[in-house]
Write a protein of this length. Structure first.
Length: 147
């Protein structure tokens, strides 16, 4: 069927991704999508399958970047759009002056984690156990802490 995406496990991609990751990751899933002329995706699954769960941030980074690229392409946003233009409550804050480009390239200057004693205490065991310190955080709370 025209336009339908086909998937193939790629031994070459598995080797490349495995070499890059080394022993730093327990589970990896990588897809390289080519939409032209015959849409297809090469997959690399390392200790992962269709039922493997990943942290949402690990997956949404790529999707968010693709959505930003579409928004720029269609003139809805620019890479210079500031967070404050989208999230009015963040205007006149450090978060409000961060651009979409800085968010997409992880160069915003914002701390990796909000600097609060409660979150630091919650994050410490996560660091050693490989757990998600953001688990249970609401989006509004994350925005508020970043402001």
């Amino acid at each position: 069927m025209a336009g339908e995406l086909s998937f193939q496990n790629s031994p070459e991609l598995v080797t490349s991704v495995g070499d890059l990751a080394g022993n730093r990751a327990n589970h990896l899933a990588v897809a390289v999508v080519d939409l032209d002329p015959e849409p297809h995706a090469d997959l690399a699954l390392i200790n992962a399958d269709a039922t493997t769960q990943f942290e949402i941030g690990s997956i949404t980074k790529a999707l968010t970047g693709m959505l930003l690229a579409d928004a720029v392409k269609y003139g809805k946003r620019s890479l210079e759009t500031e967070v404050g233009d989208i999230v009015p409550s963040s205007q006149r804050t450090a978060l409000g002056t961060v651009t979409m480009l800085e968010l997409a390239t992880h160069t915003s200057g914002l701390p990796r984690m909000p600097q609060t004693p409660g979150l630091a205490l919650r994050a410490l065991p996560c660091l050693f156990l490989g757990l998600n310190p953001y688990f249970g955080s609401k989006p509004a709370t994350v925005v508020q802490l970043a402001e």
